[in-house]
Every structure is written in structure tokens, then in C-alpha cells.
Design a protein around this ligand. Structure first.
Ligand SMILES: C[S@@+](CC[C@H](N)C(=O)[O-])C[C@H]1O[C@@H](n2cnc3c(N)ncnc32)[C@H](O)[C@@H]1O
Length: 197
């Protein structure tokens, strides 16, 4: 694998290990309940979640603004962080559905697993894994969501390929993310800080 890609992934992981412990350490974008409310999450959805889960919310949009999961569906949250979107999805799909949260950063995956236990959602499973290598069988997911993650993945085509592989026929992808504008130069993109500061 390209050394630069490995280095970027290591730096991103270190950054999110830090924010798992201290969400306020995230300097590039807002975190927590105030940010989630501004992005269109309902106070009623956030109010039933553990405080510390919501404090660690680090999304950049609201994937559910594109459509809600239905009862009984199987949902994958790619780069789930502390698990806010997993838990919201878990309430929508109910006990007959299932939610899989995946994150490559141990501190974040552990926090999401703790969040699922705290809320008593036995149909939420958290995986410590990379979006580039999703440890799921093909054609098993009805809805894949992701919030603020794809921009952090150095091998974007591979992530999209993995998403397509695990989606069931007719499955949906709802991603919220940040995009580069045309003025961003390749030199700026290559800077380590752009990924991991
Ligand atoms: C900005 S945070 C967003 C977390 C969560 N989606 C939320 O809305 O609070 C990005 C998350 O993506 C995870 N991540 C970044 N690159 C990843 C990759 N290649 N595979 C899996 N997780 C990744 C990070 O560990 C971090 O938890």
C-alpha cells in the first residue's frame, strides 16, 4: 500500500483517539449537541441518548435529512464515532432490524459500544474496522449512512466499492460530508494537517 495513504490513516486515527477522550479537542469543526441541533437533528432524538454520546457527536450534516430508516431494516453507519446516528437509526428500525456501526479508531468504537449498552439496544453491533475493508457479507445492508467520514478516507473509490458490495439490491446510501472547492490546490490536499490536525 502507498506509504502516504498508511500515514494519513495513522494520523486520522490518532486525531480521533484524542477526540474520543476529549471531544472539545476537535478544532476543525463544532461537536456536541449544539452542532447537532444546528444541523437539523430533533431535540427529542438527542434528548433520549446518553449525554456523553451526544457530547462526542462530530458529524458535519444529518444523513437522516435524506430519508429515515424503516422498521426491520438493516443499517450500516460507516465511521460511527460515538454512535449518535447508530442509536437514532436503532430506534427507527426497532428490535426487528439491526444497526452495525463501524469505526477504525478503537476509542470511538468503544464509546459507541458503550452507548449501545447504555441505551439497552441489543440490535446494535459495533465493529472495529476500516471503511476500506468492511467485514460484512455482500448484499446484506438496506441503508448505509455516513457522517463526516468519507473526506477522511484517503482511498475513496475503495470505500465506495465496499459500500456497493455490502448493499442489498435497491439499498440506499445517505452520506453527509465536506467537499473540497475548486480553489483547493493539490499541495494543500497533500498537507498532513489537512487530514489530521
Ligand atoms: C468526524 S468523525 C464523525 C463521527 C460520527 N460519524 C459522528 O457523526 O459523530 C469521523 C469518524 O470517522 C472515523 N474514520 C475515519 N476514517 C475511517 C476509515 N477509513 N474507516 C473507518 N472509520 C474511519 C474516525 O475514527 C472518526 O470516528
Amino acid at each position: 500500500m502507498n506509504k502516504n495513504i498508511e500515514q494519513i490513516r495513522r494520523d486520522v486515527r490518532e486525531r480521533f483517539e484524542r477526540t474520543a477522550i476529549d471531544p472539545a479537542a476537535e478544532r476543525r469543526f463544532e461537536t456536541g449537541a449544539a452542532s447537532a441541533l444546528r444541523l437539523g437533528y430533533a431535540a427529542a432524538d438527542l434528548g433520549v441518548l446518553p449525554r456523553s454520546t451526544v457530547d462526542s457527536f462530530a458529524g458535519v450534516g444529518n444523513p437522516f435529512s435524506l430519508g429515515e430508516p424503516s422498521a426491520g431494516e438493516s443499517v450500516l453507519d460507516l465511521g460511527c464515532g460515538s454512535g449518535v446516528d447508530c442509536l437514532i437509526a436503532a430506534r427507527r428500525v426497532g428490535a426487528s432490524g439491526r444497526v452495525i456501526g463501524l469505526d477504525m479508531t478503537r476509542g470511538q468504537a468503544e464509546k459507541a459500544a458503550w452507548s449501545a449498552r447504555e441505551t439497552g439496544f441489543a440490535h446494535v453491533k459495533i465493529l472495529l474496522a476500516e471503511a476500506e475493508r468492511i467485514p460484512l457479507r455482500g448484499s446484506t445492508i438496506d441503508l448505509a449512512i455516513s457522517n463526516g467520514v468519507w473526506n477522511l478516507c484517503p482511498d475513496k473509490p475503495r470505500v465506495i466499492g465496499e459500500l456497493w458490495r455490502v448493499l442489498s439490491p435497491g439499498g440506499r446510501v445517505q452520506m453527509a460530508d465536506i467537499l473540497l472547492d475548486d480553489a483547493t490546490t493539490p499541495e494543500e490536499v497533500a498537507k498532513k494537517g489537512a487530514w489530521s490536525d
